[in-house]
Design a protein around this ligand. Structure first.
Ligand SMILES: [Fe+2]
Ligand SMILES: [Fe+2]
Length: 398
């Protein structure tokens, strides 16, 4: 029996619908769960790690749009409940599958499930989420005990996805755009999921994750600043993508150079400094809709006074989006621990940006950024997922 993704989704939705109607133990409920479980089993016989992405009207299976689900309105509902990705990375038992259905149902009905209890029991073979929030403020909207400064987000799904995006680019030279856009959408949902606007930032825990966590942070900061400046939703999204992809050219840098703990040799510095041009080239060759992201990738290390790299033959002004991403990029780089220095505290970083306003940074953007960060300071969420201690980190600049 060959598996079929559309048939699995239909059975999955049927099981969820039936579960809202019948209590545990009812034959109809058991039957619906059995059918969905069997469809999953068949699907995994054909594809070991099926991956679904729900993007409102669109459903993507692996990286191909899924057809044949006309009138299936669950994609929208799942996406709205913060479930934009669903992946089965290994075989699951019937019990695990049922627990997973319960969790999904709880999210869909916004019932306050105790996620701190549920998470450790959850099978790691089933990964889902958009925001992957634990102790989610949107689910537990009534809760008043959540500390504003330290709501603990898990952007683990987004981190995994972006790492996969980088692997794909590195292997195939091609950007899986649907996934990249899904990550940006998730970040935007995370930013707005609390009662107040928040800036959820990842804290680096493992040195080889630097490019991933840094890219996610720059994406969040770029969207936050664009929104703070009053730009419209489409621009905010485009800036989020540009932030996410600004360092894409780093996939071409050998890992020994990227993670070198000491100073760069001249040759290594040259290799490092190629990443803006490489990134722009990768973006343009894989997707011409991303011209803004390509410009940003190319210009994000160029300072207002023309210093930085790549060297410009003729002095010219950089794109507004590049100048915006540049501020966010420097902020996140300074706030992260490096092998040669500790992470800078918030105020010192903001003072640095203020101090270099009009030389390195566009004064309007630097002013808006520091104002935004001072206003939002208590709402910055520390995002920690992995337990691993902070190890040596790459010397890679910004
Ligand atoms: Fe960079
Ligand atoms: Fe960067």
């Amino acid at each position: 029996m060959s598996g079929d993704p559309a048939r699995f989704l239909t059975a999955f939705a049927q099981a969820l619908a039936t579960m809202t109607l019948y209590a545990e133990g009812h034959p109809a409920r058991e039957r619906a769960i059995d059918t969905a479980y069997k469809e999953l089993h068949d699907l995994q016989a054909a594809t070991v790690q099926p991956l679904f992405t729900f993007l409102g009207d669109e459903i993507v299976y692996g990286n191909l749009p899924l057809k044949g689900l006309g009138g299936w309105d669950w994609s929208q509902r799942l996406a709205q409940a913060g479930i934009q990705r669903l992946q089965f990375s290994d075989r699951v038992t019937k019990d695990e599958f049922e627990t997973f259905l319960d969790e999904i149902l709880a999210r869909l009905t916004l019932s306050a499930i105790d996620t701190t209890m549920a998470s450790p029991m959850r099978s790691s073979a089933i990964k889902y989420g958009a925001v992957g929030v634990r102790g989610d403020a949107s689910i537990d909207a009534e809760s008043s005990h959540l500390p504003t400064a330290t709501i603990s987000y898990s952007l683990a799904e987004e981190t995994d996805t972006l790492r996969w995006v980088h692997d794909e680019v590195s292997a195939k030279g091609f950007i899986p755009l649907v996934e990249a856009e899904a990550v940006v959408r998730s970040l935007s949902v995370a930013m707005h999921s609390g009662r107040q606007f928040m800036i959820p930032l990842l804290q680096l825990k493992e040195f080889d994750q630097y490019t991933t966590t840094h890219s996610l942070n720059v994406s969040v900061l770029a969207m936050a600043l664009a929104e703070f400046l009053g730009l419209g939703a489409r621009d905010v999204q485009a800036f989020g993508i540009a932030g996410l992809l600004h360092d894409l050219g780093k996939v071409r840098i050998p890992i020994e150079v990227l993670t070198k703990p000491g100073r760069f040799t001249d040759e290594e510095r040259l290799i490092m400094n190629r990443h803006p041009a490489d990134g722009a080239r990768i973006i343009l060759t894989s997707e011409n809709r991303l011209d803004l992201a390509a410009v940003v990738a190319y210009e994000h290390h160029i300072m207002l006074n023309g210093e930085g790299y790549p060297t410009m033959q003729f002095r010219r002004d950089c794109h507004f989006a590049s100048k915006l991403v540049h501020v966010c990029d420097v902020y996140d780089a300074l706030r992260t621990t490096r092998p040669y220095r500790e992470a800078w505290p918030q105020e010192r970083t903001l003072a640095y940006i203020d101090g270099r306003s009009a030389t390195e940074f566009d004064p309007v953007l630097a002013g808006a950024f520091t104002r935004m960060m001072r206003q939002r300071e208590t709402q910055v969420a520390v995002v920690v997922d992995k337990e691993a201690p902070i190890a040596a980190q790459p010397a890679a600049g910004g």
